[in-house]
Design a binder for this molecule. Structure first.
Ligand code: 6R9
Length: 675
């Protein structure tokens, strides 16, 4: 079984590379023949421009989406009802009677024409040790894992928790779940045991898939130990599949199954479970402004179609190109644009397992040269980090293969935009700044939704994707019309990729997304509409932080701190951070009865955050204060806390309505001392 083993996916790197390049050349030949981007609408003579097509997609959504659904996806059974949606009630159904399977759409249907084409390039942590996997090889892996899961008792509709690094095994496991109708719930392998346990319990997953260890930036991370600690709190877990990513043997308990060994006993042919369009494909936890993380649930057909179409058109992806989405598989970007978008299009997708700084800040560009990536899709935070390291790390590598430079997750500030465009792309490549969310399933705003060659303006995602009807709404709930204006970003009409519910809490789903602006989907982001109708995102309007492109609820961090015996209360806010986009600032009020010193308490708070959430939630600053600024009605004035954290004590505004204005003086002084 060397093929799935720790080190060896058996085929040589070189032969794979040659194979890939020859296919790429073929792909290039194909793309020189001019085809319209949307052949599905070629017969509609009135549609000449992107605006025409966008208008059509909004005016006749059922015709628009049904034509795409029938031409882009492979169905077992056709649908007759295109959509049954009502934002007023939160009912969302697409392609109602249809049946299909996502793994067939991502793998099987490509085997005849491109079975030997590379599907996955696994860019392992150690540079130069990448591995290629063809569609045939991926199909075999998916089949064996599918059989293993099924023979271990996993049934359609069961949830499977996946805690794996970004490897072919992770992708194949996700697709194997889809094949047998199980629902995957990938948990980012940087979350702590407690965070993992909470997600396993909420999803009621009985099966967990993990690795013995993983390697990141040259460091060994003990994944299995974290899983053992999590599973000890989850009596519902019946089995843990363990993939040996490294050669190191880890203790195996009675729930544990050596995955590669067990796969060897399974057939690569795995019968397909036919799924209804609306059956859940996967769930993924994300942070909200209150409460615990929510299990966002996506449908099979609508999600798959939406990622398929947006992947092809936002990036203008052509057959044979290599798409390099460097986001981890634990985030929605990894789901939609490292797996479902590229593979449903028969593309070649990169699995980046390392970090942008390992072994040095040239890693991305060295990889671009070595693997000849056509596209790279990354987060602004890594660009800000890399531009600080200097241009030399970029310039010493050949980036001529690159065509599109994508980014997602947070606003792309103009310095980073310029650097990406001028230095990385040598003014040759398009910058594709895409706005979307875990809940939207795929890209909703992007510079070129369907029109190769359209103008791109720096610093904004710009245009709504086809089928996306954007609206700005003011604080009174009235729509803001015209241009050069701001408001809460909402989406007026349903689209196939929208999440269907929050696992186990449909009421919360309805209240979060459809109650704030009745009749619309409420994104939680603010936006500016510029002249020409182009959109720029101004940031979150709620208590959600965006730290290095990772979503964190302030309440989650406050909960951990408030549980400390010496803490009376706490308030967490974000502040502008040069590299991370947003930093975490915690204000903590201690009890009078405390017995420990502040230093010791801080150490314990940090350990608690690491344990309960993970190090990504670590505050940049913890400020101890005798009180928090509050209105007379007792509401914490977060606006003031944000201003202080952002070094803007002159902009506090009117504080006369506070119950104890002197608290503000204390906080301002203390902040000055700490910074
Ligand atoms: C895909 C993803 C969603 C939040 C979103 C917004 C921010 C994403 C952005 C952007 C400015 C962009 N965001 N893309 N802000 N410009 N191009 O990131 O999903 O993790 O759910 O985060 O990220 O605030 O609401 P998710």
């Amino acid at each position: 079984m060397s093929m799935f083993g720790a080190v060896g996916f058996s085929l040589t790197t070189k032969s794979r590379h040659l194979l890939l390049r020859s296919l790429q050349r073929k792909g290039c030949a194909a793309r020189c023949i001019s085809t319209t981007p949307f052949p599905e609408f070629d017969d509609l003579v009135d549609i000449k421009t992107h605006e025409d097509l966008h208008k059509f997609s909004l005016e006749q959504p059922d015709t628009f989406w049904s034509r795409l659904a029938r031409s882009r996806l492979t169905w077992n059974k056709d649908f007759s009802t295109v959509s049954k949606c009502d934002f007023k009630t939160g009912q969302l159904e697409w392609f109602v009677e249809g049946t299909l399977n996502a793994s067939v759409n991502c793998v099987d249907r490509h085997l005849k024409e491109r079975g030997d084409q590379v599907a996955l390039i696994w860019e392992r942590d150690e540079p130069g040790t990448h591995v290629y996997l063809t569609y045939k090889e991926l199909s075999e892996m998916v089949g064996r894992i599918g059989n293993l899961l099924r023979n271990s008792g996993v049934k359609a509709g069961d949830r499977v928790a996946i805690y794996l690094p970004k490897t072919p095994m992770a992708i194949a496991t996700m697709l194997a779940c889809a094949r047998i109708g199980a629902i995957h719930s990938v948990v980012f392998a940087g979350f702590s045991a407690d965070a993992l346990a909470g997600r396993i319990q909420d999803a009621e997953a009985q099966t967990v898939v993990t690795a013995n260890q993983t390697v990141r930036g040259g460091r060994i991370i003990e994944l299995k130990q974290t899983v053992d600690a999590a599973v000890s709190k989850c009596p519902g877990v019946k089995q843990v599949l363990v993939y040996n990513r490294t050669e190191t043997k880890v203790p195996m308990g009675k729930l544990d199954i050596d995955m590669v060994e067990a796969m060897a006993h399974e057939s690569p042919d795995c019968p397909v479970e036919e799924r209804n369009s609306e059956d859940t494909l996967f769930m993924l936890y994300t942070s909200g402004s209150t409460g615990k993380p929510k299990g966002i649930t996506h449908s099979t057909a609508g999600y798959l179609l939406y990622t398929n179409v947006t992947f092809k058109h936002a990036f203008d992806y052509n057959p044979g190109e290599i798409f390099g989405c460097v986001a981890d598989i634990g985030w929605i970007t990894g789901h939609s644009y490292a797996l479902y978008g590229p593979l449903s299009n028969g593309g070649t997708t990169l699995l980046f397992e390392s970090t942008p700084l390992y072994p040095d800040p040239g890693r991305y560009w060295e990889m671009v040269e070595r693997l000849k990536l056509d596209h790279i899709y990354l987060a602004p935070t890594s660009l800000r980090m890399l531009l600080k390291a200097g241009d030399e790390y970029v310039k010493k590598y050949d980036r001529s293969s690159l065509r599109k430079l994508g980014c997602v997750g947070e606003p792309l500030n103009s310095e980073a935009w310029e650097w990406y465009y001028n230095v990385v792309g040598e003014k040759r490549c398009d910058i594709i700044d895409t706005w979307w969310q875990t809940e939207t399933g795929g890209i909703c705003i992007s510079p070129r939704p369907s029109e190769p060659g359209a103008e791109i303006r720096p610093g904004m995602p710009m245009r709504p994707m086809l089928g996306i009807d954007l609206a700005l709404v003011d604080t009174q709930g009235a729509e803001v019309t015209g241009e050069d204006c701001e408001g809460a970003l909402c989406i007026r009409r349903p689209w196939p990729g929208i999440a269907r519910t929050i696992h186990g809490d449909h009421q919360r789903y309805f209240e979060t997304y459809f109650k704030p602006m009745p009749g619309m989907y409420y994104t939680g982001d603010g936006a500016h509409r510029h002249k020409g109708g182009y959109y720029q995102i101004t940031g979150r309007m709620d208590d959600v932080l965006n730290v290095s492109g990772h979503r964190l609820g302030t309440a989650e961090i406050e909960d951990v701190m408030d549980d400390h015996i010496d803490v009376a209360e706490s308030a967490v806010v974000g502040f502008p951070h040069e590299i991370k986009g947003e930093g975490i600032y915690a204000y903590v009020v201690l009890k009078d009865t405390r017995t420990l010193g502040k230093k010791e308490i801080e150490t314990q708070l940090r350990a608690g955050i690491k344990k309960r959430i993970g190090n990504l939630a670590q505050p940049d600053m913890i400020l101890f204060t005798p009180g928090l600024p509050r209105t007379r009605s007792g509401k914490i004035m977060r606006r003031i806390l944000r201003k202080v954290a952002s070094d803007k004590p002159d902009e506090l505004g009117d504080i006369s309505t506070l119950s104890e204005p002197e608290v503000v003086d204390y906080i301002v002084k203390k902040h000055e001392q700490l910074r």
